[in-house]
Design a protein around this ligand. Structure first.
Ligand code: RM4
Ligand code: NI
Length: 276
């Protein structure tokens, strides 16, 4: 087994007292498996990739927000113009943490959310302010950083709750994301989805591609392969069964597309995680 990279707060935070810092990745290259002694909120603003996170594997793209805790293991692979902003924070250094924790998912809550384009744009300016403020060591800057961070946390929480109530094209794209997530094991018919939501197929295709740099079919394929990889890793179900559960009736075809993404056969992939 390869060693896991350990990232320390000393390499990123301006001082020992500083509670927050921002690490923007205009282009996030593939990044090896690592953990940190700080927490990290990742906001994906463009492109796509595959996120390996503890025992799970998921495709990520524009609008995803991830709440990574210190001690979590994660890495990025298969990146394609992946653009993200990392907000690193140390809970023990945050005076406002008792308030903040209400806006951060914990325990069994979902630690990966989706936000809409409008919120992404709002967040960009807050993150820019936070980036500047968090590099200063005076007391008022540290307090202001906390205030901006709290604002970011609340904004994400709110739009996430309102997600399905709004009506813009963008939030319809959000319903497309959840429909795709529910279609891992069965066929997905875009035309039916569009009819139900009163959308034009061609414009949905175009907006999706614009925002994620993938086609809908490519994304669905990633969802299926990532689900398959997670199942191979965490269950002892047969490859043929996993293929079917992930929407592939032909397991040879499944093995060949799996190989293109993960550079090995499903069986080889599984063998890496068998406890010796
Ligand atoms: C890396 C990558 C990691 C993050 C560090 C700070 O480029 O995004 O996930 O922990 O930066
Ligand atoms: Ni990280």
């Amino acid at each position: 087994m390869t060693d896991i990279l350990q990232l320390s707060h000393h390499s990123y935070f301006i001082s020992e007292e500083s509670p927050i810092t921002v690490e923007r990745r205009h282009y996030q290259p593939p990044f090896p498996l690592h953990r940190h002694d700080f927490n990290e909120i990742v906001i994906i603003s463009a492109g796509n990739g595959i996120h390996f996170w503890n025992d799970e594997i998921h495709p990520i793209t524009t609008g995803n927000v991830l709440y990574i805790e210190s001690g979590d293991k994660h890495k990025y692979g298969e990146v394609d113009k992946l653009k993200l902003d990392n907000i690193l924070y140390r809970p023990e250094k945050l005076s406002l943490f008792p308030i903040m924790k209400d806006y951060i998912p914990h325990n069994n809550e979902k630690k990966s959310l989706r936000i809409n384009q409008e919120t992404l744009v709002q967040l960009q300016s807050l993150i820019s302010q936070l980036e500047i403020e968090s590099k200063k060591t005076n007391k008022s800057s540290m307090h202001l950083s906390e205030a901006i961070f709290l604002q970011i946390l609340i904004l994400i929480c709110r739009t996430h709750q309102q997600e399905n109530k709004a009506y813009s094209d963008i939030s319809k794209l959000e319903s497309l994301f959840s429909a795709l997530n529910q279609s891992i094991s069965q066929e997905f018919y875009l035309a039916d989805f569009c009819r139900q939501h009163q959308l034009a197929v061609s414009s949905v295709r175009r907006i999706f591609k614009q925002q994620t740099n993938m086609t809908i079919a490519q994304y669905l394929q990633k969802l299926r392969l990532c689900r398959a990889a997670t199942l191979l890793r965490n269950t002892s179900e047969s490859v043929a069964n996993i293929a079917i559960r992930c929407g592939y009736s032909d397991s040879n075809y499944f093995s060949s597309v799996f190989g293109k993404t993960f550079s090995c056969t499903p069986t080889e992939y599984r063998s890496r995680f068998i406890k010796k």
